[in-house]
Design a protein around this ligand. Structure first.
Ligand SMILES: [Zn+2]
Length: 71
């Protein structure tokens, strides 16, 4: 079961990045610091491109969006 949870988390993170990458205004460019809290975004995450939030803020943001859509 632990493996399933890990896979779900990985898939979720992947979808998150795809969403970020689809945002044309930030395409190919990542912020150095999180747009929400200013925390430095890890280089590994910035390398993906189009990253504007730290993992924690992005997770929170995604959760809000899901809630808003009623999913
Ligand atoms: Zn943040």
């Amino acid at each position: 079961m632990v493996d399933l949870v890990d896979m779900a988390e990985e898939l979720r993170a992947q979808q998150m990045q795809e969403k970020l990458n689809s945002r044309a205004q930030f395409e190919g460019e990542s912020r150095y610091g999180c747009a929400e809290c200013g925390t430095e975004i890890p280089a590994q995450r910035r390398a993906i491109g189009g990253v504007t939030r730290c993992v924690q803020c992005q997770t929170h943001f995604e959760a809000q969006q899901k809630h808003f859509r009623g999913v």
